[in-house]
Design a protein around this ligand. Structure first.
Ligand code: PLP
Length: 410
C-alpha cells in the first residue's frame, strides 16, 4: 500500500504552493512529463556542487568517481529491466533511442523487400524514424489493425505478418489509448518468424515491472523524464548481439578504439559504441536517483495504486453529462475524453482556468485520429502521486464545463 500523502512530500512541485490561474495546481499531464522527487534534484545539484568532472577522460579521482557512478546508473537500470549492464545504452530519450535503432539497425539491414509493422496508435517517435528508413531503403511500412476497442491483440499481429516482415515496432502502452499490450505473446509469435520486436516503453517503463528477459524483447526504449528523472536522458535496452550488429548513429570521442588518416575506424564495444561525446552526466545521475526511488517504492505498489485510482476516475467521470471516454477499459493511467460540443483545446483551456493541467490535441499520435474519428481529444494522465481529490477537482470542473459551453455559444 502506498502512503501517497507521505510520497507527495518528496516532490517540491506538490508542496501545495504551486498556483495556476489562482487555483492550487492539479497536475494531470503525467504522460507528458512527471514531477521530480528531491533525491533527483539533489543528485543533479551534488554533481555540480561537489563532483563536477567529465567521465572516461581523466586519470584523476574526480573523473574516476564519475565513471563509477555512470556504471552504477547502468546497474540500477539493469535491475529495473532484468538485463545486463552492458545492454544499457544512454540516449537523450525515447525519440533518440528509436531513431538510433532505426538508423543503426534498420538502415543497415532492411531492404526494399522487407516490411516494418507498426500500429496506427504509435507516437510520432515510433513512426517517423521508420518512415525515414522506408524513404531511403524502400522498406514497406504496414499497420497491424487494432480491435474495435483500440487494443493491439496477438491474433491481429499473427494475421498481419507476411514473409517480408522483419521488424514489429510497437508501444507497450500507447500514449492516447493506454492499453497494455501482451508483449510476451507478441515476441513469441514474432520470433517464430525471425522478426525483431522493438518496444517503445515511454509509457510503460515508468509504471510497471518490466522483465526484458521474460518478455524476450529485442530492443526497448524509454525516457527518464516520464519516470521522475531529468529531461534529456533516456535508455535503449538491446540484446547484446543486436547491439553488436548495430551501427552507431553518432560518431566522435569515447566511441572509437582507434582511427587513422585513411579513415579506418575501429569502434569500442557496446554500449560505449553508441555514446559519442560527453554524456549527459547530470541526467544520468538524476536517472539513477529516479530509478532507485521507484524501485524502492515498488512497481507492484505503483501499478496497484494507479489501477485503483483509474477505476475511481472512470466511475466519477462517467457521471459527467455529455462526456465521451475513448478508453474506458484501458489498463494504464491515461484517460482520453471529450465533452460533446466542446472543442478539446477549448476544454483544456477551460480546465487550465480552474488550475487543472491536462493535455489536448492529437498527442503526437496523428494517425490515430482517423481511427478515433475525432480531430482532437483531452487526455488526463495520472502517476502514483496523484490523489482522489485531484480527480474530484477534474470531475467538478468538467461538470461546470456546461456553463462554459453556454458562454461559448452566447
Ligand atoms: N513514445 C511514446 C509512447 C510517448 O508517449 C512519447 C512521449 O510522449 C515518446 C515516445 C517520445 O518521448 P520523448 O519525447 O521523451 O523522446
Amino acid at each position: 500500500m502506498l502512503d501517497v500523502k507521505k510520497i507527495r512530500q518528496d516532490f517540491p512541485m506538490l508542496d501545495g504552493n504551486k498556483i495556476m490561474q489562482g487555483h492550487k495546481l492539479v497536475y494531470l499531464d503525467n504522460a507528458s512529463t512527471t514531477f521530480k522527487p528531491k533525491c533527483v534534484l539533489d543528485a543533479i545539484a551534488n554533481y555540480y556542487q561537489n563532483e563536477t568532472s567529465n567521465s572516461h577522460r581523466g586519470d584523476y579521482d574526480l573523473c574516476y568517481n564519475m565513471d563509477v557512478k555512470i556504471e552504477e546508473t547502468r546497474h540500477s537500470v539493469s535491475r529495473l529491466l532484468n538485463c545486463e549492464n552492458k545492454e544499457v545504452v544512454f540516449t537523450s530519450g525515447t525519440s533518440m533511442s528509436i531513431n538510433l535503432i532505426a538508423y543503426g539497425y534498420g538502415m543497415k539491414y532492411l531492404t526494399e523487400n522487407d516490411e516494418v509493422l507498426l500500429t496506427v496508435a504509435e507516437h510520432a517517435s515510433n513512426v517517423l524514424p521508420w518512415f525515414k528508413v522506408s524513404e531511403i531503403k524502400g522498406t514497406k511500412i504496414g499497420y497491424i489493425p487494432l480491435d474495435e476497442s483500440g487494443r493491439l491483440t496477438p491474433e491481429n499481429v499473427e494475421k498481419s505478418i507476411t514473409k517480408n516482415t522483419k521488424i514489429i515496432a510497437i508501444a507497450q502502452v500507447t500514449n492516447v489509448l493506454g492499453y497494455k499490450v501482451d508483449i510476451k505473446a507478441i515476441t513469441k509469435i514474432a520470433h517464430e518468424h525471425n522478426i525483431l520486436v522493438i518496444v517503445d516503453g515511454a509509457q510503460s517503463v515508468p509504471h510497471m515491472k518490466i522483465d526484458v528477459k521474460d518478455l524476450d524483447i529485442d530492443f526497448l526504449s524509454f525516457s527518464g523524464h516520464k519516470m521522475c528523472g531529468p529531461t534529456g536522458v533516456g535508455v535503449i535496452y538491446g540484446k547484446y548481439h543486436l547491439l553488436e550488429m548495430m551501427d552507431p548513429l553518432m560518431s566522435g570521442g569515447g566511441m572509437n578504439a582507434k582511427f587513422d588518416m585513411c579513415g579506418d575506424v575501429k569502434y569500442v564495444n557496446p554500449p560505449a559504441k553508441f555514446e559519442a561525446g560527453t554524456l549527459n552526466i547530470e541526467g544520468i545521475l538524476g536517472l539513477k536517483a529516479a530509478v532507485d526511488y521507484l524501485l524502492n517504492i515498488g512497481f507492484e505498489n505503483i501499478e496497484e495504486y494507479e489501477h485503483n485510482l483509474r477505476q475511481y476516475a472512470i466511475s466519477q467521470l462517467e457521471t459527467v453529462p455529455n462526456i465521451v471516454i475513448y478508453n474506458k477499459e484501458a489498463e494504464a493511467g491515461i484517460i482520453t475524453f471529450n465533452i460533446k460540443g466542446i472543442f478539446a483545446q477549448d476544454l483544456a483551456t477551460f480546465l487550465n482556468s480552474k488550475g487543472i493541467a491536462c493535455r489536448s490535441g492529437q498527442h503526437c499520435a496523428k494517425i490515430l485520429i482517423n481511427y478515433l474519428k475525432e480531430v482532437a481529444t483531452v487526455r488526463a494522465s495520472i502517476y502514483f502521486y496523484t490523489t482522489k481529490e485531484e480527480i474530484d477537482a477534474l470531475v467538478d470542473a468538467l461538470r461546470k464545463s456546461g456553463d462554459f459551453l453556454d458562454a461559448y455559444f452566447a
